[in-house]
Design a protein. Sequence first.
Length: 201
Amino acid sequence: MTSTQTEELLKFFKALAHESRLRLLGLVAQREHSVQELAAAVGVTEPTASHHLAMLRDLHLVSRRTEGNTHWYAYVPDALARLAKQVLSREGVAKLAATPARNSPEAIVANYLGDDGKLTHIPAQRKKRYAVLSWLVRKFEEDRTYAEREVNELLQRYHWDSATLRREFIGYRMMERDKGIYRRLSDFDWRSADGSEPIAY
C-alpha cells in the first residue's frame, strides 16, 4: 500500500469517527440539504457544520453546489465504492501489515523520494537526514571497499550532491575513508542521530 493510499485511509476513518459527521453523511444520503438545514438537524452552528462537511468533501463523500448565498450538499455514493475497491478489499487490507509507521525511518525516506526513485532533496532536520543516510549507506556492501568514483556513481543514482552525502557518511561513522578508499562500517560503529558516540557492546 502506498503512503498516499494509507493517508487516504486514515483520513477516511478519521472523518467517519465522529457522530456529527456520520449524521451529516446520513442526512445528505437521504436528499440534498443546505448547510443551514444540516446545522439545525445536527444541533451545531453553521461554521461547525461547514467544517465537518469540508472533511467529507475532502474525501469526495459529499459534493457542494452554490445557489446564491446558499451551499447545498449531496451524497456521492461512488466515493465509498472507489475507496472499497482501492484499499478496503482483502488484498488492500492485507497490505496494511507492510505499511510503515508514520515516523518510521522507512516512512521518512519515502517522503523524500520522487516518482523516479531519487531524493528530491537532502533533509535539513537531523533525525530525518539520519534516516535518509542510513537508507543510502545500506546500498553499499559491508564486506568490500569502494573507490571514491564508485561511491559517487552509486550515490548520484539517488542525489546529485554525492560530496555532501560522503561527508555525512564519514561524520556519522557510517563509512570510513583511507587514501580515497571507502568502506561501509557496521551499524554498531555508527554515531547516533545526535552525533554522539555509539554504545559499546
